[in-house]
Design a protein around this ligand. Structure first.
Ligand SMILES: Nc1ncnc2c1ncn2[C@@H]1O[C@H](COP(=O)(O)OP(=O)(O)OP(=O)(O)O)[C@@H](O)[C@H]1O
Length: 271
């Protein structure tokens, strides 16, 4: 595991008019790791992700990618860095098949003609690279897929383009038990393939099942970035609902006790 974050945010502020939604937010995502981004409704998770993906401009703060300062002014900047977001609505077209969806807007062509064999091969290779066995026919219409299969296609679409950071917004929210397990396995494989994965989730079972690190937002402030093994379910719930965890010595303005790939500092030690 690397100790250098692939993506690092420092001092991010974001307001909508008079309402400050993000306040001096620090956040890191490491290659080969799943970082869970947790927080109550309205804590600022979606806003933070929209800042990372270039949809919202930030008011203050800096982005580093691979340790180097970068600018993210629009979604194209984020895509060029290899940052992809899989939103909850998945943005798939029901009337198109899997290959068509994976290449939508970025089709491969021979002159004016679509290069179907190449696209089909790339789609197959991507799914094979993720050890996906739940999707059998690449030419199946997306309307006929289960919720888990749809999520799989959306994730495969996101990793098709040499992405380095994949942000997943509640990927299991609409799924049953078996499909949730399959999607979580896929999330884990993304990280095992070297990607920096960010998982937004309200489901603590999912968070503890699959994440290496947990970043907790409370009312627009990052109240903890910790290794998953260094925190309990109850402590995370405390951070999400109260913005602090007495037992950990973490809380508003207290920052993080996370050291990324290095062994974690003693509980309570601020970085
Ligand atoms: N475009 C906007 N204009 C004004 N306020 C906004 C806008 N987008 C978000 N907010 C406010 O910012 C705060 C954070 O919202 P955000 O959607 O980022 O939270 P969240 O953690 O993703 O919540 P949820 O888990 O419910 O999706 C909320 O108070 C919300 O009302």
């Amino acid at each position: 595991m690397s100790a250098t974050p692939l993506l690092e945010l420092r001092g991010i502020d974001k307001s909508f008019g008079p309402v400050q939604v993000l306040r001096d937010v620090a956040f890191s995502a490491f290659p080969g790791q799943v970082t869970a981004l947790v927080g109550d409704n309205g804590a600022g998770k979606s806003t933070l992700v929209k800042c990372i993906s270039g949809i919202y401009p930030t008011d203050a703060g800096e982005f580093l990618f691979g340790g180097r300062p970068v600018s993210i002014h629009n979604p194209r900047d984020a895509a060029e860095l290899g940052i992809e977001v899989v939103y909850q609505d998945l943005a798939l077209c029901d009337n198109l098949d899997i290959v068509q969806n994976m290449f939508l807007g970025r089709e491969k062509r021979h002159g004016l003609v679509l290069d179907e064999p190449t696209m089909e091969q790339m789609a197959a290779d991507t799914l094979a690279g993720l050890s996906v066995r739940t999707v059998t026919s690449l030419r199946q219409q997306v309307s006929s897929l289960s919720g888990g299969q749809r999520q799989t296609v959306a994730i495969a679409k996101a990793v098709l383009w040499n992405s380095k950071v994949v942000i997943l917004d509640e990927p299991t929210a609409a799924l049953g038990v078996a499909q949730t397990a399959q999607v979580l396995e896929l999330v884990r494989r993304l990280a095992d393939n070297g990607l920096a994965v960010v998982l937004i989730s309200h489901n603590m079972n999912d968070v503890f099942a699959v994440s290496d690190r947990i970043a907790a937002l409370y009312l627009g402030q990052m109240v903890a970035e910790v290794k998953t093994t260094d925190i309990t379910h109850a402590q995370i719930v405390e951070l999400i609902t109260a913005g602090r965890s007495g037992a950990l010595g973490l809380g508003s303005g207290n920052g993080s006790n996370d050291t990324g790939g290095e062994p974690a500092a003693a509980p309570g030690a601020a970085r």
